[in-house]
Write a protein that binds this ligand. Structure first.
Ligand code: FAD
Length: 411
């Protein structure tokens, strides 16, 4: 359909909102995007700091499985906007991608800023109006229907759009704009409480260990929790531990800590060697070496890995077999979960059963929701941006269909 007299407002200018805006404008609708912050896409730009991981190259079944309980819904969004679509889209914005050894897909530029610049230029070319410092703050019901109230530097501004896409993000890293304040404003919509996802965990390190090793990577390692093993790397922090391998297990670890108070993670410090091969190396005599040096040389352990081994209460086991088994199964007790302020993403949000297939709220015709506002979670690896953008495209399709089907019933 094409009807530039119909105006759709998108609230939130992150990856989900901007993707919805692009698709809506391409469908011929007049689009206004609001963001509460002075500039758009702040979390996207932050994501680009450590290398913007756009998506992942693994097969679609495994990919969809990363969304756990939400896989059914997210799978439908990925049908609409798949990892292949996302790569083509990024390349269309002049950002060729490469696939890293882990299967993760990045723009060659690594940063998000060139991609965001090109994206905003494309949106401007499509006639999308972007209003920054425009914070949605309330609904009001009037004789003319639902009114949307925005706080702007010029005071309150009232809008009566034909449809609205809400894309205000989750509740992690609130200083980047997504503070989750919208949850209290969506009356009558079931919202699951926010919880940190892809987050670090507390460990009661000794002061000596924390002073010496905070900031150092433990790699390569494998971590096992609740039957799931992940290879990768982790970083020792003052408060405990964080990093890719930890994030991959973070949903299960968080749930266990919420339930039991603590969780025991099993860490393999030599994932590339079998117990037997490692025991063979450790059977060599110490000579004049201290235990620490000998573990470094014979065991091939980094200083931080030796430190971790010695953090576990009790003496190191005697005998190469027992020691090899310990190195390959260090039991680390996690005592708490870091908060939302430091989490890469959040679990919780608008429950998926509140929406129809086009991501329209069942209780609010004409109001659609996309991105991390929705109740799904996934590990790092490109799964977060992929689902955010795919849901933005799905919501835009929903708007187009809805306006075409029943243009008279406005929100
Ligand atoms: C440090 C870090 C690194 C990351 N790295 C990656 C990565 O490499 N790969 C990956 O896939 N994901 C990564 N992520 C996650 C990814 O950035 C998010 O999942 C994604 O940005 C979510 O998109 P969104 O559009 O739903 O929400 P957001 O990007 O959070 O955008 C929401 C927008 O809504 C605006 N807003 C909020 N409330 C209002 C309001 N009331 N009125 C108007 N505007 C409002 C906010 O200002 C914000 O701009 C990372 C996140 C962090 C914090």
């Amino acid at each position: 359909m094409s009807d530039a007299n119909r105006t759709v407002h998108v609230i939130g200018a992150g990856p989900a909102g901007l993707m919805a805006a692009e698709q809506l404008a391409k469908a011929g609708l007049a689009v206004v995007v609001h963001d509460a912050m002075p500039s758009v896409g702040r979390k996207l730009l932050m994501a680009g700091r450590g290398g913007l991981n756009l998506t992942h190259s693994e097969g679609i079944d495994a990919f969809v499985g990363r969304y756990g309980a939400a896989a059914g819904s997210v799978g439908a969004w990925l049908d609409r906007f798949s990892p292949t679509h996302l790569i083509g889209w990024a390349e269309g914005l002049g950002q060729p991608v490469f696939t890293g050894s882990s299967g993760r897909v990045f723009p060659r530029a690594m940063k998000a800023s060139p991609l965001l610049r090109a994206w905003l230029a494309r949106l401007a070319g499509l006639g999308v109006e972007v209003r920054t410092r425009s914070r949605w703050s309330a609904f009001r019901r009037s004789d003319e229907g639902l009114e949307w109230v925005f706080d702007t530097p010029d005071g309150e501004r009232i809008e009566r759009p034909d449809a609205v896409v809400l894309a205000m993000g989750g509740a992690s890293w609130p200083r980047l704009g997504s503070d989750g304040a919208w949850a209290a404003m969506l009356e009558g919509v079931a919202v699951e409480p926010f919880r940190p996802s892809n987050v670090g965990f507390d460990v009661a390190w000794s002061g000596v260990f924390a002073d010496r090793f905070a900031g150092q990577p433990l790699k390569p390692l494998a971590m096992t929790f609740d039957g799931q093993t992940v290879r990768g790397e982790a970083i020792v922090t003052r408060y405990g531990i964080e990093g890719g391998a930890v994030y991959a297990l973070s949903a299960a670890l968080r749930d266990a800590i919420e339930r039991d108070g603590t969780a025991v993670l099993t860490v393999d410090l030599r994932p590339d060697l079998s117990v037997e091969a490692l025991a063979g190396r450790l059977a060599r005599p110490h000579g004049k070496d201290s235990v620490t040096n000998w573990l470094r040389k014979a065991g091939g352990l980094s200083p931080v890995a030796v430190g971790l081994l010695r953090e576990i209460p009790g003496e190191l086991p005697q005998g190469s077999d027992k020691l090899a088994k310990r190195i390959k199964a260090v039991r680390l007790t996690l005592t708490g979960v870091q908060g939302l302020a430091r989490a890469i993403s959040s679990a919780g949000g608008v429950r998926l059963d509140q929406l129809d297939e086009g991501l329209m709220l069942k209780t609010m015709p004409g109001v659609f929701v996309a991105g991390e506002m929705l109740d799904w979670e996934a590990p790092t690896g490109g799964y977060l941006l992929q689902a955010s953008m795919a849901s933005g495209a799905t919501a835009a399709d929903g708007v187009v269909r809805w306006l075409g089907r029943d243009p008279s019933s406005k929100p």
